[in-house]
Design a protein around this ligand. Sequence first.
Ligand code: GLU
Length: 443
Amino acid sequence: MTVITRFAPSPTGTLHVGNLRTALHNWMYAKAHGGRFLLRIDDTDRARSEERHVESIRADLAWLGLALDGEERQSARFDRYEAVFAELVAKQWIYPAYETPDELELRRKVLLGRGLPPIYERSALALTEADRTALEAEGRRPHWRFRLSHIPIVWDDLIRGPQRFDAATMSDPVIRRADGSWLYLLPSVIDDVDMGVTHVVRGEDHVSNTALQLQMFHAMGATPPAFAHEALLTGNEGKLSKRLGSLGVDHFRDAGIESQALVALLARIGTSDPVEPVADAAPLIASFDFGRFGRAPARFDEGELAQLNARIVHQLGFDAVADRLPDGMTSAAWEAIRPNLSTVAEAADWWRVVEGPVDPADLSPDDRAYLAQAAAAAASIDWSADSWPALTGALKETTGRKGKSLFLPLRLALTGREHGPDMATLLPLIGKDRALLRLAASG
Ligand code: GLU
């Protein structure tokens, strides 16, 4: 059996971090099993679906590195939905109902008032052909409900374990509106059947939909896929935050977050495996297992992401970042500067330090005298070898300085800053000419 998963967003907005996580897990599961990962655009709602959102969904998945093995669109499949619908109506799995929203609301209130669960009591099933003709003559158009079999619905969820719903406590779901438009439930089942989806991975907000959809798979005579419902994401505050709903790829990219960092975090939060700074998805995929997912909400912490990002930036090779580095910055410079960065963009700051000009340091007369000596020493060391140990070694001998008083004035004069990349790697990048000028300017 080839594993086939799908990520099925509605193109009514941009993807947020919760959606990205669901997409990632679908992709990882497929890849872990040599399977296929599909993007399914759920665009049956033509008024709210927009092409620019379809494009941003594709771009976001590409940025994350989730290559698609296929793309499907619900709007291209209306004929198929119509055919299955006709078949299920003929088999009486689907029936027309004529209540208006106001009538349904009133009944709901009456039932609740009597302390009863507000379940649709199927009055439409009792209508005769003549009743229906009369209602339609009044100008009423039916909406359509799926007739649930009142049996227990059970499945073994890959994350939540054994699940059980009593269909008798559920309303027959509306699957199609009076204007002919589709609700999400049935088209999704038809697609999953037709596209051979073997595993449905989605948020636990869909658990009760799954109960309903299992009966639809049955009505279509199809074997249902396996289901994995993941606990939702929460923010730092420990509750579902509005902020998370607004964080998408643009936000992360602007903040200098590498896609690998987001992947490494989203792959592991909410599981019993540790979050690790791996720049390569392969080990994450190899260890991916729904059995490791917890039932508690997964906590998404932007601070943790930033730290993870820095640790991943420190591993990135020159080729992976070259197109984002300032002109002229070499592989040696990248490797020298990299350990000091939280984001790749910060490399430009350090490259400015290398290229100069740097602000002359504000120093005591003592240190100025020391730097004048340093300028002289720098003129006579061998710059083709390790210049920093050569310079500091010579100065240690001639001045008797050591530790901070030996190193810090040099760093200040050479870089204009108190902290930064290792001077042993930075000084060769600054080079003899610039170093002499900077030492002389502070001396
Ligand atoms: N379009 C649905 C959603 O975004 C798809 C759910 C599913 O994965 O079946 O919630």
